[in-house]
Design a protein around this ligand. Structure first.
Ligand code: AKG
Ligand code: FE2
Length: 325
């Protein structure tokens, strides 16, 4: 591939990724209307923006500010919360290499998930992706300034899932029992600007991939660089739109929906002059949740049942160096 052709994408000018106002789902005034828009987007492109979510901009700004300060800490401090096979804490650049990509990703990540008690029986049973969070003791702001956004997002995400259920023509509460103790995995992601060497070596911030879980809610800063592959095969930019979140279907929801909804390939390349920060939250159910298309009404399931935690842990193990011995 010629150097100049690497990771090009069209500007979004087609409305290919719709913006959905979810206020009517949150206040109950128009759940079917929101669900219909979600169905169209989830079927065609697997990506949509949401607005009308009601999350205070201050919470988003505070989460970004603490993310920026965390990544700027001396490496020795970040290393004290280095990620292990528990998939919690800080992952240095170079440790993410996604299946099928030529080289490692440029990104640095801090991983966390739902807070659980130290005596949680799922922890004692070593269930996949059940772990205690690894907060840096010498940087207590991280948890304190991130959690207000995380909690607000998880509350909105639960309502979006009700709309997703309606969009799949099943009971609005079908997902609820699986989200009493969800995995709800979060990541702070830092992307340095791509260098010329990165371009030559075809290195991405994050290489093309589909998301592993059910539904992803992404907060991106104003750098740009997220690109989505349309069903036509064309790559388009998913630029930051102020006040919105990007929502996309993951592999588990594609399976659960019996392929009615699509988990779409996407990638990030930071060609801005500045660092890029994003905060994806992968809104996934309890680790034991059985993802079986028959439970969402499929008469002829195209996929065998899998457990959510096991499936995601398997994808993590294939993608991140901390799982290799
Ligand atoms: O940072 C972004 O904009 C997207 C990140 C992403 O695709 C992921 O972490 O799965
Ligand atoms: Fe992703």
């Amino acid at each position: 591939m010629a150097e100049t052709e690497f990771a090009q994408a069209r500007q979004l000018d087609t409305g290919a990724i719709p913006v959905i106002d979810i206020a009517g789902a949150l206040d109950g005034s128009d759940l079917p209307g929101v669900a219909a828009q979600i169905r169209a987007a989830a079927t065609d492109v697997g990506f949509f923006y949401i607005k009308g979510h009601g999350i205070a901009p201050e919470l988003m700004a505070q989460a970004f500010a603490v993310a920026r300060d965390f990544f700027a800490l001396p490496e020795a401090m970040k290393t004290r919360v280095a990620v292990g096979t528990d998939q919690r804490g800080w992952m240095a650049t170079g440790m993410s290499r996604l299946a099928g990509s030529k080289t490692h990703d440029l990104k640095e990540v801090f991983f966390w998930g739902s807070e659980i008690a130290p005596d949680d029986p799922d922890l004692a049973a070593a269930k996949p992706l059940v772990a205690l969070n690894k907060w840096p003791a010498d940087f207590p702001r991280l948890r304190a300034e991130l959690f207000p956004y995380y909690d607000a997002l998880c509350a909105v995400a639960a309502e979006v899932l009700s709309a997703v259920a309606v969009s799949l023509e099943v009971d609005a509460d079908v997902f609820r029992p699986h989200y009493v103790r969800p995995m709800a995995r979060g990541q702070l992601v830092y992307y340095p600007p791509s260098s010329e060497a990165d371009e030559v070596e075809e290195r991405f911030g994050v290489a093309p991939h589909t998301d592993f879980g059910v539904l992803t809610f992404l907060l991106q800063d104003d750098s740009g660089g997220l690109q989505v592959r349309l069903p036509t095969g064309d790559w388009v930019e998913a630029p930051p739109l102020p006040g919105t979140l990007v929502c996309n279907i993951g592999d588990l929801l594609q399976r659960w929906s019996n392929d009615r909804f699509v988990s779409t390939v996407h990638r990030v390349i930071n060609r801005s002059a500045e660092a890029r920060y994003s905060i994806p939250i992968f809104f996934d159910p309890h680790t034991d949740t059985v993802i079986d298309p028959r439970d969402l009404g499929a008469m002829e399931p195209k996929h065998a049942p899998v457990t959510a935690g096991g499936h995601i842990a398997g994808r993590n193990a294939a993608s991140f160096k901390q799982h290799r011995r």
